[in-house]
Design a protein around this ligand. Structure first.
Ligand code: FAD
Ligand code: FES
Length: 265
């Protein structure tokens, strides 16, 4: 069902639910949006509770993966198969694979791996080789592992405690990969300090890089200003930006605004 014209709200049914780990659920929505692109997001609405941006994890069927961390995510995670789910989108700027790209490196941390899987899938379908580095605090935090192995040429896993893959952060794997192998572009989504470190190393080695900036969003369409990051609106100027653009923003990796706009460093 569609309301409005410019920024419609869609209501579909929950088709399938997959429990990814102790707090993340993947929700397949009974709708296909072929024009939805990796890096774009949906504003998922729970009437009477609120609306939150969620990265698109697939377009066919439309898929999101939600970590149960607070007010709205808890209600989204409580949905059952057959329940209605309302959303706006696809919104925001997507990851771009430039023409003639042969090989890309995708890096994801936490639920940041969701758009990275979608991107790897699209890249592989277009004949581009994708190599993935996935990080988490421990083995339970690693999601989408099977899906990534299915579409990527190689997958490197890291955990802070060494319970899965190499012990440490993604950065150790990223450093040697960027230094020793040729990638046409590096894509990253996850904690902002990780994206900042990735953008810096790519800048040093003159490798193109794109990151996804996460800011508190209310409207998702460039009206309210709550997602401001140094004069850019993450919802329409992003969430995907080049690494160089993100590094030029003073707050990137350093500060973010809360729901009332207060800046936290
Ligand atoms: C472009 C974009 C894409 C996003 N994609 C996803 C996605 O694919 N999956 C997903 O689960 N979320 C995603 N988010 C985050 C999501 O929009 C919400 O911020 C998150 O679900 C928390 O909302 P809430 O109402 O549940 O929590 P709130 O009630 O708003 O917050 C409750 C508490 O949880 C804390 N909190 C907020 N986010 C997190 C977090 N990630 N981890 C731990 N604590 C947290 C808050 O600081 C607060 O203390 C995305 C955000 C953006 C901007
Ligand atoms: S969320 Fe309202 S301007 Fe970006």
């Amino acid at each position: 069902m569609t309301f409005g014209i410019i920024n419609p709200i869609y209501t579909s049914k929950v088709k399938k639910i997959i429990q990814e780990n102790y707090r993340v659920k993947t929700i397949e929505i009974d709708n296909n949006i072929p024009k939805a692109l990796p890096g774009q997001f949906l504003m998922v609405w729970i009437p009477g509770v609120g609306e939150r941006p969620m990265s698109i994890g697939n377009n066919f069927p439309l898929t999101i993966s939600v970590a149960d961390v607070g007010k709205v995510s808890k209600e989204i995670c409580a949905l059952k198969v057959g329940n209605k789910i309302s959303y706006r989108g696809p919104l925001g700027k997507e990851f771009v694979i430039a023409p003639k790209t042969k090989r890309v490196l995708v890096i994801g941390g936490g639920y940041g791996i969701v758009p990275m899987y979608f991107l790897s899938k699209c890249a592989t379908e277009d004949g581009v080789e994708a190599v993935a580095v996935v990080g988490g605090r421990n083995e339970k935090d690693i999601i989408y592992e099977k899906q990534l192995f299915a579409v990527c040429k190689e997958v490197f896993l890291t955990t802070d405690d060494g319970s899965r893959g190499k012990k440490g952060t993604v950065m150790e794997e990223v450093k040697w990969l960027v230094e020793s192998k040729k990638f046409d572009c590096v894509y990253c989504c996850g904690p902002e300090r990780m994206m900042e470190a990735v953008a810096k190393i790519c800048s040093q080695h003159r490798v193109a890089c794109q990151v996804s900036v996460e800011r508190y969003m209310k409207c998702g369409i460039g009206v309210c200003g709550s997602c401001d990051i140094n004069g850019k609106f993450a919802c329409i100027d992003g969430p995907v930006m080049s690494g160089e653009q993100a590094l030029s923003l003073a707050d990137f990796g350093k500060a973010h605004r809360d729901a009332s706009g207060v800046l936290h460093k």
